[in-house]
Design a protein around this ligand. Structure first.
Ligand code: KNH
Length: 155
């Protein structure tokens, strides 16, 4: 159950930051945080990463609903065995719902983290995207650790 609270915290932080960007920055406005490396830029994306499938909201509703159902199923199934897996899935759940809320009510996703890495202006993203990427990374780590643990117990 506490994993759903973690997802809720991610959603609240995500929605609060997006609300701040929408209410206090003009579209396209950019605030330099670290010169040449990190800006806060008010951006909108009607697609997924890199703007793929722009405008295909119905597709995103379907995909995100499937992601949410699968993650909830795995939280119920695996979170008892592995707290790390529970946290990872909860963070993914929060990220998926965070962007889902934007797609439902705004018909676009609010992005603002603008990093320029080695002169490449990485696509502008948000807390929900970060949660999704970090969550997927943690699922991979939890799975590897779990396989190692199983391997040791068999040996
Ligand atoms: C992170 C998943 C994207 C997120 O998926 C979601 O919502 C999920 C729940 C629903 C999608 C419809 C389905 C998954 C699509 C998978 C995908 O796209 C491949 C991703 C690979 C990954 C390997 C590293 C890149 C990551 C890139 C970015 C994030 O870097 C932190 C740049 C984000 C910016 O383009 C920003 O404008 C995006 C905008 O905010 C909308 N966000 C989404 O669609």
């Amino acid at each position: 159950m506490q994993y759903f609270i973690i997802a809720l915290v991610v959603i609240i932080i995500d929605q609060l930051t997006k609300w701040w960007v929408v209410s206090s920055m003009k579209l396209g406005e950019s605030i330099t945080v670290i010169e040449g490396f990190f800006n806060l830029t008010s951006h909108r994306n009607t697609g997924a990463a890199w703007g793929i499938l722009a405008g295909q909201m119905f597709f995103f509703y379907i995909i995100t609903s499937i992601v949410i159902v699968i993650v909830i199923y795995y939280i119920r199934k695996f979170a008892k065995e592995s707290a790390l897996m529970g946290w990872a899935l909860a963070i993914i759940l929060g990220g998926a719902i965070g962007n889902f809320i934007d797609r439902l009510f705004r018909k676009e996703v609010v992005d603002f983290f603008d990093f320029i890495i080695f002169n490449y202006d990485f696509p502008i993203f948000n807390i929900a995207d970060s949660a999704l990427v970090v969550g997927v990374g943690l699922v991979i780590i939890a799975t590897i650790l779990d396989e190692k643990k199983k391997g040791r117990s068999k040996a």
